[in-house]
Design a protein around this ligand. Sequence first.
Ligand code: BES
Ligand code: ZN
Length: 465
Amino acid sequence: MSDLDRVLARVDADFEAALERWTDFLRIPSISTDPAHNADTRRAAQWLAEQLRELGFDASVRDTPGHPMVVAHHPGPGGDAPHLLYYGHYDVQPPDPVEEWDSGPFEPTIVEGPHGRRMVARGAVDDKGQLMTFVEAFRAWQAEHGTLPVQVTAFFEGEEESGSPSLKPFLEQHKQELGADVCVISDTGSWDVETPALTTQLRGLLYTELVVDAPDHDLHSGLYGGAVPNPLNALGRILGQLHDDQGRIAIPGFYDAVVEPDEATRAKWQALDFDADAFLQGVGVDAAGGEQDRGVLEKIWARPTCDVNGMLGGYTGTGAKTVLPARASAKISFRLVPDQDPEAAAEQFRAYLHGIVPAGCSWELIVHHGAPAIRVPTDSPYLRAAREALENAYGREALLIGCGGSIPVVGVMKEVLGIDSLLMGFGLADDRMHSPNEKFEVRCFENGIKSHVALLDRMARGVGT
Ligand code: BES
Ligand code: ZN
């Protein structure tokens, strides 16, 4: 048996135990945005460090002003084997609305679906299940060969779902220690359950909050309504002017820096067998939103957006209350594409607001975080090697795809460490990321582990230049 086949057989033999370990990890409610879960978030970091220690890594939990980082090193075989930096995030999104879950978000449950078993829990796919695919690949390789075939640094953060505030300073402070040839991330999707994919384009994100104030306290809407500006009415008018009738973002200059995908990329995307109707029906809608003259894949992968993520203000309890609220606010986020600059987009938005906030209202725009869109070079030897590894594991050609989501670390790795990332993910479009009943197919988990085993094997043979 080859080195690779021995490790793959080990993955099969140890698979139920791997599911147990994944389940233990999912039980920890590491919700980074909720300070009530700070201790749980740290516990998830410690759990990961312990896993890696078992596998021969020198692993530690490092404090930051926010949630801790986990850094772990494995020397590999020595010599001139490549050095891979694996990144994952151990924090998860809040589970709300909790009442919409069929089982507890932190009580991982295996249920049957059309692709066989699936694990249902918050973080099942994003990102605990996915990061466990490479941790389990390390485990199987280590168990079979007593070492890893390449030098590995594992780096996990606990703030990805809250905008990664500590990430850049941490990377800057540990630039030497975290240096590697290439970064490997499993936090994206495959094309479908049978077809592997590498993501070569991610959207960026600008997350803002608009606060509109008018009277200095809540008023009786009969005594004051009509004469005093209502911040909620004003907010409604403002939000109504964010898009034009064609679904384009109405902020002047917003599209100036947008780069249209080139013809080759467009042709590749068109050749993908994508069923837009099924995609929409999968989430219970029968017509596409957004720009009317663009296809669904193009909209998600290559066009910017402006979405209201939440609104606050006035009376939201049961029954009726005739109130003219003093304040209204909205969380408004923008997905950005190459080559938009988050800071420039924020300034354009601010300038637009100056002109459209109704008289009598004061306002403030808070910028929570921003990250530019990412393009991964498609001609790199590392990407070629990763494609080969995926093909080997799936027995099918790996597609190069885009992704509408954002993973801020990819840009920071490039900027601070000067390295590119391989976005090798195993999620499916219907995994309900960030939603109730988030799941990850057990088959995707298994394919993920085997793909990472194949990647270790492929990288160990060198990638050339
Ligand atoms: N894993 C996701 C990114 C993603 C989304 C990949 C959809 C594939 C498909 C990641 O954890 C995430 O949700 N990122 C946030 C980033 C933000 C909080 C800075 C996002 O995209 O909203
Ligand atoms: Zn994620």
